[in-house]
Ligand binder design. Structure first.
Ligand code: FAD
Length: 603
């Protein structure tokens, strides 16, 4: 990308909360280049041919078929999208990487987990932290699918507390290799991988260290049986035991004690990609549920005509649309930030690391929001199918079970919720995001007399944008007062952190949705975007509801007397609509469109 085309004034991570974004400045799925559309279409074709057509094999724990499909994906180049060309990859940008993660997720969570574990946490630690020799040796094999990778962080006693692992790495007397001993569990792709990224502790180091370990059973590596899991039945998940496994010193990743940082950065990238991998899964559930609702007749009426079913389809489509909007907005921000760093002379490796780290808050937000939406959507999918939804003969049942894991791995949603707020507060303390100035202003506004002017809301989204700006004030009011009250102790008030996080999440998702539709309405016309406009309004309405509830919970947890009364009044003022949207009419409009075209067609 030439330096002229790089936008340098893009918002930094977390700044969405305190700065306005113009709709022209966000990237949407409607902005895909021809090359990206081709990538998307070939991924969809692969999914239809190899995965969707054989989804029952994935339910029957056909691990070998998952491996076979991974090899085929390698032959098609789908494993190498994010890998730089110098290491045998396609070197495509972050948006293209997200597209493949997104559209590969349509048929089965078994495959998207195998794909994500290999291309993300199995390969990225080497491309991001490896030495030139390590990258030349391993990355081309991983990019083509000749080799597969796995990531060994979790241990029986170290899950969310990932830096507490007991696996040891002891330097040999001659200083040429480490002996690694320890037990790792829940390792995706363990059953067929050729290489592990292993985290182990050297002596009594505070932080763990990363290693590249080739899978060689004659080198003290053994496996447990395949785990019996609720879902993702054909994703190989095993315990891995290292017993005096010899690892040459040159296979240490980055520096001694840098493993926790590697693990966390790999997870940042993993989180946004996991969010993408919950998108096509949602679209296909919506498509199947819509087709079924159009065909299934009860009381002499296709069930799609019932308001109860319409409400479900409308909510499912709206959440999916919001998720797409936010995922691709953040993906392009990351891509641009990488380009800026590269233009400043940084290596691709360094630029990518910093680019993703910059948007770690957004990555956590997306991981939580989208993983919960795919769960809710598949749950409603089952409900629309009625008894048939409960049957393993329809794809709803497996979609629901497969969706469940996304709330657990890549950092549980509780951990990610707290991380999002925690990272934002830290950024504010470092001066990277000015929360204090805007929070003080909100405090002053609370003391002042509210304006009684009648605003002009005639333009598209004028009222919605006004509401959104006030929702940001809710976060600033709640988080500002909480930080003032508890200081660094805030992280010990988890329920408050969770409420603040839900407010933050809803703001990002609602804003991304409104901006996408505004941009498209400007270029394609409001008439063509009528359903998207309805979805944006509906999403904001539900976001406001959530924020009222979470805001109230947070305020009463730490404020009392006059302060509490003032903040509750502020909450009311900041969440008020002048013209209440008719959400029943909005849902009906959205559902009628989804039913008319027999599925989700907004991507
Ligand atoms: C199918 C599957 C595949 C996986 N693949 C991999 C893989 O390839 N590589 C790998 O390294 N790991 C993998 N994992 C492990 C996964 O990342 C962990 O399960 C996850 O990080 C949670 O850790 P845990 O299971 O030990 O739960 P715990 O950490 O014990 O958490 C249990 C509960 O307590 C909550 N909790 C924990 N700490 C806190 C806290 N400080 N504050 C509030 N709540 C807290 C959690 O949110 C959760 O609800 C996989 C797991 C599964 C199930």
């Amino acid at each position: 990308m030439s330096t002229e085309t790089i936008k340098k004034d893009i918002l930094r991570g977390g700044q969405f909360l305190v700065k306005e974004t113009n709709c022209e400045d966000i990237f949407t799925l409607e902005d895909l280049s021809e090359e990206q559309k081709m990538m998307r279409d070939s991924t969809k074709e692969f999914v239809d041919r190899e995965l969707w057509a054989h989804w029952e094999r994935f339910e029957k724990k056909d691990y070998a078929y998952t491996e076979e499909c991974m090899r085929k994906a390698g032959e098609l180049g789908l494993l190498s999208v994010a890998v730089p060309e110098s290491y045998g990859g396609m070197g495509m940008g972050f948006v293209s990487t997200m597209l493949v993660c997104d559209y590969i997720s349509g048929a089965t969570g078994s495959f998207s987990t195998a794909f994500g574990a290999h291309t993300g946490i199995g390969t990225m630690p080497i491309t991001l932290y490896g030495t030139e020799e390590q990258k030349q040796k391993y990355v081309p094999k991983l990019a083509t699918g000749e080799w597969f990778g796995a990531y060994c962080l979790t241990e029986p006693g170290a899950g969310s507390d990932a830096n507490s692992g007991k696996t040891k790495a002891v330097l040999s007397e001659d200083g040429t290799y480490y002996n690694i001993t320890g037990q790792k569990m829940w390792i995706s792709n363990a059953g067929f991988c050729n290489l592990f990224i292993v985290f182990a502790r050297i002596e009594n180091d505070k932080n763990i260290t990363g290693f590249i370990v080739e899978n060689d059973p004659s080198n003290g590596i053994s496996m447990g049986e395949e785990e019996k899991k609720l879902g993702i039945h054909s994703s190989s998940t095993r315990q891995v035991f290292f017993n005096d496994t010899k690892v040459p010193v040159e296979n240490m990743l980055s520096e001694r004690g840098n493993g926790f940082k590697i693990a966390m950065n790999a997870l940042n990238v993993g989180r946004i990609k996991l969010a993408a991998a919950c998108l096509e899964a949602q679209r296909r559930v919506i498509n199947e549920a819509t087709k079924y609702a159009n065909e299934r007749v009860q009381f002499k009426t296709p069930i799609v005509n019932f308001g109860a079913i319409k409400a479900k389809l409308a909510n499912m489509a709206t959440n999916c649309y919001a998720d797409e909007s936010a995922c691709y907005r953040a993906a392009k921000n990351i891509e641009d930030r990488i380009a800026i760093r590269e233009a400043e002379g940084k290596s691709h490796q360094e630029a990518e690391l910093k680019g993703v780290e910059e948007y770690a808050i957004e990555c956590s937000i997306l991981k939580v929001a989208v993983s919960e939406d795919v769960q809710n959507t598949s749950d409603e999918g089952i409900q629309i199918f009625g008894g048939m939804g409960f049957s393993a003969d329809t794809p709803m049942e497996s979609a629901w079970r497969d969706a469940r894991i996304s709330r657990i791995y890549e950092g549980t949603n509780e951990i990610n919720r707290m991380l999002a707020v925690g990272m934002l507060v830290k950024k504010a303390m470092k001066g990277h995001v000015d929360l204090l100035g805007p929070a003080t202003k909100v405090g002053e506004e609370l003391m002042g007399i509210p304006s009684f002017d009648t605003p002009d809301f005639s333009e598209l989204f004028a009222e919605e944008k006004d509401v959104l700006a006030r929702l940001k004030k809710v976060f600033l009011m709640v988080a500002g007062a909480a930080v003032q009250k508890y200081g660094p102790e805030l992280e010990n008030h988890q329920q408050l952190m969770l409420s603040a996080s839900d407010i933050l999440i809803e703001i990002y998702m609602a804003e991304s949705t409104l901006l996408r539709t505004e941009k498209n309405a400007k270029r394609f016309g409001e008439e063509k975007q009528a359903t998207q406009i309805a979805m944006s309004k509906l999403y904001l309405y539900t976001a406001v509801d959530t924020i009222i509830q979470k805001g109230k919970e947070a305020i009463v947890s730490f404020a009392e007397g006059d302060e509490q009364r003032m903040m509750l009044m502020g909450l009311k003022r900041f969440t008020k609509y002048t013209n209440q949207p008719n959400v029943v009419a909005l849902r009906t409009q959205i559902a009628d469109q989804v039913a008319a075209v027999n599925g989700y067609t907004f991507d």
